[in-house]
Design a binder for this molecule. Structure first.
Ligand SMILES: CC(C)(COP(=O)(O)OP(=O)(O)OC[C@H]1O[C@@H](n2cnc3c(N)ncnc32)[C@H](O)[C@@H]1OP(=O)(O)O)[C@@H](O)C(=O)NCCC(=O)NCCS
Length: 138
């Protein structure tokens, strides 16, 4: 049984950050140690997926002027491919039904986000390790 929520305790927040460090920093180089956590974690909405007492997935949503940005999406390596990432995106879409949402993602996750109606734009951003593509629902 898995639950997705954005009302989280400080203990869950710590688990989410550790998961981001494991997946996004150490496995993929999508983020950097010095950015985990960063200043936006205090103002962003943090989503978690939990199974029993363990955080197995996370993402955050940040407001940028009139649009919202999904960032720091990570699912525990042993739980990937089980629908957890999808459940998080679906919950975000339920919470932001009419809002403009965008995200920046590496090449190999474009298809994942296309499943949810995000479309790739021509905007790219070169990071230290990867090139990120802007995808948006508007
Ligand atoms: C990408 C990620 C968030 C997806 O979450 P997940 O829980 O593994 O994905 P789901 O199980 O919900 O997958 C749903 C569907 O998307 C597909 N999918 C999952 N990851 C994919 C990927 N990287 N590329 C293409 N399709 C993918 C699945 O095959 C599945 O399709 P199906 O329903 O036809 O079987 C997760 O694998 C992850 O954390 N990866 C490492 C970090 C990362 O890439 N983060 C995103 C940075 S923007």
């Amino acid at each position: 049984m898995m639950k997705v929520t954005r009302f989280i305790t400080s203990r869950e927040m710590v688990q989410a950050i550790l998961l981001r460090i494991e997946v996004l920093v150490e496995m993929h180089g999508y983020s950097r140690y010095q950015d985990e956590p960063d200043q936006y974690d205090t103002i962003a909405k943090i989503y978690i997926a939990k199974r029993d007492k363990t955080v197995i997935g996370t993402a955050r949503v940040r407001n940028e002027n009139d649009v919202y940005r999904i960032q720091r999406m990570a699912v525990s390596p042993s739980c990937q491919g089980e629908g957890i990432g999808s459940a998080i995106i679906e919950k975000i879409q339920e919470d932001y039904p009419k809002e403009k949402i965008y995200l920046m993602c590496p090449e190999n996750t474009i298809e994942f986000y296309e499943n949810f109606g995000f479309r790739k734009t021509d905007v790219t951003q070169k990071g230290e390790v990867h090139t990120y593509h802007r995808m948006q629902n508007y």
